[in-house]
Design a protein around this ligand. Structure first.
Ligand code: ZN
Length: 396
């Protein structure tokens, strides 16, 4: 546990001193929201639909896995998502693409983790100004037709079509329930009524002050397994590791959680605890007899550059309420009803323009002679699903 978590768990005279600052912070956010709602300040729309997924608390362990799952779900439906974000707090960089080779210190752990999991299937871009980041991503990846913003709850300048807020009640439970800077909440719970959906992780506590009309979806841990850091397609279960010589590397502040998990899986490990900002070098991993080194998922990308094939990552998968998937797709269907949006879609193969044929519900690429279907209101931009145009079919 690091100092900030300890600090957020308690209420001390310092917290009481900071409490008026928290109230001012909430007031400031409410005024801004009012100005945007009444169009005194204007949100900037982007040419493709924007889905904002953010957490009401400053830290949420489920946000990154949830975004990965939503990106994969959109991909499976034939959409071409791209992910934008600020990166980390003191990021003043112009827009840049994050790849698995990006330096951790420059891009931050969360965006590197997204790039690591999604690889080529979904570009991840970060930068200081989310609008500029979105424009740069769309310019570089003309096939992208939906954006997921992995932060930006309070960045109302970014016009959003759908907003889901994660409420991790376990984090709130351990926190003091106050708003920044006195506590871990980034806004008041009243803010949630302006969102399209609330995603609750953990059932420990009822969320207060929510309008009846807002849908709450639950995210629950599914199964646990380990994958090899260098070859993520290789996976093992805890049972398969039972007789190996196992070491575990864990960084503050998640130490106990991770070690408890391993214990629960009946694994006997030698644990090594490092501080959260430790800069790892190969020497830290020189445990002569270790066959397996286990690390938690949220730290995994820190060890990529060490190229150590003994490192296995505990992957936690979550079950997402099917209803959440449905309301996201419903919103996207509404957006894709607009022929203007269909007009700007590009072919995922040649990145060239497409011709929208309303009568056949198809988007046609002249260069590749492919007709992409619009199925159930969603353009399916997958080569395997596209109809190959016969020689004699004329394209007008
Ligand atoms: Zn094409």
């Amino acid at each position: 546990m690091n100092w900030s978590e300890l600090y957020w768990q308690r209420i001390t005279p310092l917290h009481l001193l900071l409490w008026p600052v928290s109230l001012l912070f909430v007031l400031f956010q409410s005024i801004r929201r009012y100005l945007y709602r009444h169009e005194i300040l204007t949100s900037i729309p982007l040419p493709v639909p924007v889905i904002v997924i953010d957490s009401i608390t400053t830290a949420s362990l489920v946000k990154t896995p949830l975004i990965i799952q939503i990106a994969n779900m959109l991909r499976a439906r034939g959409l071409r998502p791209g992910i934008i974000g600020h990166g980390y707090t003191d990021n003043y960089h112009p827009p840049m693409r994050v790849t698995i080779d990006s330096p951790l210190q420059l891009v931050g752990e969360k965006s590197l983790r997204l790039a690591y999991y999604l690889r080529e299937t979904c570009p991840v871009w970060i930068g200081h100004d989310r609008i500029e980041v979105a424009k740069a991503l769309l310019e570089a990846h003309k096939e992208c037709n939906v954006l997921i913003c992995n932060d930006g709850l309070q960045d109302l300048r970014l016009k959003r079509d759908f907003e889901a807020v994660i409420v991790d009640t376990s984090v709130i439970n351990s926190g003091n329930g106050l708003i920044m800077p006195a506590g871990p909440l980034r806004d008041s719970f009243a803010r949630l009524k302006h969102s399209n959906a609330i995603i609750q992780a953990g059932h420990q506590r009822q969320i207060p002050d929510i309008d009846e009309g807002i849908r709450i979806f639950y995210i629950t841990p599914l199964k646990e397994r380990f994958f090899n850091l260098l070859q993520p397609e290789l996976t093992v279960s805890a049972a398969e590791l039972a007789n190996k010589r196992i070491h575990a590397i864990v960084c503050d502040p998640d130490t106990q959680n991770f070690l408890d998990n391993l214990k629960f899986m009946k694994l006997t490990v030698t644990s090594h605890i490092f501080s959260g900002n430790h800069h790892f070098i190969a020497k830290d991993f020189q445990f002569g007899e270790a066959e397996i080194i286990l690390v938690p998922e949220e730290d995994a990308v820190k060890y990529l550059s060490l190229r150590d094939e003994r490192i296995w990552v505990l992957q936690q998968e979550y079950r997402i309420d099917l209803g959440l998937r449905e309301i996201i797709l419903k919103k996207l269907r509404e957006k894709f009803m607009d022929p203007k949006l269909l007009d700007i879609l590009a072919c995922p193969l040649c990145k060239g323009p497409l011709i929208y044929k309303k009568d056949r519900s198809e988007l046609i690429c002249k260069a590749d002679r492919l007709a992409y279907p619009i199925r159930d209101g969603i353009p399916v931009m997958l080569e395997d699903e596209a109809r190959r145009l016969p020689e004699e079919e004329e394209i007008k």
